[in-house]
Design a protein around this ligand. Structure first.
Ligand SMILES: [Zn+2]
Length: 71
């Protein structure tokens, strides 16, 4: 068996500076212009959130504080 390193399987990861963002499916640029209704996402303390529509993974940039800072 060959190891299936399907790059089309891995989700596109986008680094963002804000824990509050929106996605309409076009953030991936060319080849990822699926498009879907714009939804708003909040990056939790885990530092990342995946869009339930297109599966793009948004990761909070290092140094940026997540919205839900547990203090
Ligand atoms: Zn999306």
């Amino acid at each position: 068996m060959s190891s299936s390193a399907a790059n089309s399987d891995s989700p596109l990861t986008i680094t963002v500076q804000s824990s509050q963002l929106h996605c309409d499916g076009t953030a991936g640029g060319e080849g990822h212009s699926l498009g879907h209704p714009r939804i708003y996402l909040n990056i939790s303390a885990s530092g990342k959130v995946a869009c339930p529509y297109c599966g793009i993974l948004y990761q909070l940039a290092a140094g940026a504080k997540p919205l839900a800072s547990a203090h």
